[in-house]
Design a protein around this ligand. Structure first.
Ligand SMILES: [Zn+2]
Ligand SMILES: [Zn+2]
Length: 152
């Protein structure tokens, strides 16, 4: 049961990430997300990193409350949120943007497609007219492009 809740939460978070990116980060809180597109902030950190803290809060709250109050389902939700955030960090910040040089090259068409789609997102420097706001759920056309490229 808890495992199922964990998995569902993980996939649900992809939807939350997509929605937040499209309507909040490219909306009301664009001033925090802008420097991730324009790279105007010198140094390692971006204002956009504030979203790490914002997204960490519900995960921490659910795990702490779930374990201290004895609600395994709530604990599983918290773990799902946190696990998604960690994967997002690994894929987006480490693999795609190379903020840590842990993993540069891959032949895996899925990860290459994710990177191709997110680079497409970064082609747009403004708040409006964006595309590819999701992360782990990649549009099929990018997957197809990578599969075709791998056959050459
Ligand atoms: Zn964006
Ligand atoms: Zn990015």
């Amino acid at each position: 049961m808890a495992v199922l809740v964990f998995i569902l939460t993980f996939f649900f978070m992809e939807g939350v990430a997509w929605f937040t990116h499209k309507y909040v980060m490219h909306g009301l809180l664009w001033n925090l997300h802008e420097d991730h597109h324009t790279h105007t902030n010198p140094g390692f950190f971006e204002r956009n990193d504030a979203f790490f803290l914002i997204f960490a809060v519900p995960g921490i709250l659910c795990t702490v409350l779930g374990s201290s109050l004895g609600f395994p389902a709530l604990f599983a939700i918290g773990l799902g949120i946190t696990a998604y955030g960690f994967c997002y960090f690994l894929v987006h910040d480490v693999f795609i943007h190379q903020r840590f040089k842990w993993l540069r090259k891959t032949d895996n068409v899925y990860f290459r497609a994710i990177r191709r789609a997110h680079k497409k997102h970064h082609k747009h420097l403004s708040k409006e007219d964006g595309e590819c706001f999701g992360m782990l759920l990649v549009p099929y056309k990018y997957l197809k492009a990578e599969i075709e490229a791998s056959r050459k």
